[in-house]
Design a protein around this ligand. Sequence first.
Ligand code: KG4
Ligand code: ZN
Length: 378
Amino acid sequence: MQKHPTEYTILAIETSCDETAAAVVRGGRTIVANVVASQLQAHQQHGGIVPEIASRQHIRHFVPVVQEALGALEHGWDDVDAVAATYGPGLSGALLTGLNGAKAMAWQRGLPFVGVNHIEAHMYANWLVPSANSGTAGVPSAGSDTAGVPQFPFVTLVVSGGHTILALVRGHGHYEVLGQTRDDAAGEAFDKVARILELGYPGGPAIEQAAQPSEKTMTLPRAWLRNTYDFSFSGLKTAVLHKVQERQNQAATIEPVAPDTHKKRGGTTKQQKSVSDAHFIAHIAYAFQESVVDVLVTKTIRAAHQFEATEILLAGGVAANKRLREELTSQADIPVRCPPIALCTDNAAMVGAAAYYRFHDARSGWNLDVEPHLALGA
Ligand code: KG4
Ligand code: ZN
């Protein structure tokens, strides 16, 4: 880096899943531009992400998002010192579009290219300084002293649609994975349960919105997997499914409705929602969220104590969940950092931050290929 490190400017690209994103990050912390083109509408009708559609959408959105991000710089490309892109983990076709586009731009401009691990990038969202004009302003987390950069060693919980990882981080690039999910990722569990409850996609925000505590609380199981820092959410998802089926069976015996009349009124048969269904959904969504949050918070705090961590860093799409942020912050006796909500889900600013702090030892050759199953610390 020839410039002063605080001036070093990285154009970052993120296309690992269903967001086409480009950002400009200065000095690893300051967001100059943060552009995200969501593909939500294209996938919503299918109830989840369709990889082929994702790749095509990335190709459509790539140039406009890059142009918009560069537009925030006074001298455009002349102000850019390096280009970074996510090379894994993620959907291979989706990763290919961003990685190849980024490498081509860097090559053509004679700029260094940096490959970034997506899981690591989520964690580095905690280094970013929220800026008023990039749509990322917000209080990082209540009640915590988190003004400066994160202090090592810390424990990080990365919870997204594809990953649930608890790791001890002793320095930049020094990861010790303490535990991870043995089946569904936390975000995947939110998405699958939302589908069972017919709340739509993505499930996390829909469940969070639907969840309401009740006097007569419903409790759902927690998979503690004792003496490990691993997680499991598939049993919880099945428990939700059983409760829903039980409820439907009860409704069918108490209130038999002639299928024809029912169809004419609402267009659906058994699963048509009534007011009491709305209550049921609010309570089961709440119980599900409590179960996920309880396990995540308890294990993270236990790991922080055991490894004498200085701080806890929360990251990934599920870190946008307010209940998770509140519980972790209120139960931990060390500072807890959470990225602003807008930087929890996929974005390229976090890729720019990771590229800056991992600049010298990141994977960066022109022959760097996508790695859909890339692990943390690989
Ligand atoms: O990090 P991300 O954008 O993509 C991956 O790397 O997977 O995370 C997306 C995941 C989805 O599963 C989504 O349902 C979940 O994050 N999510 C949430 C919330 N917002 C997004 N889960 C719980 N509560 C939320 N508010
Ligand atoms: Zn992600």
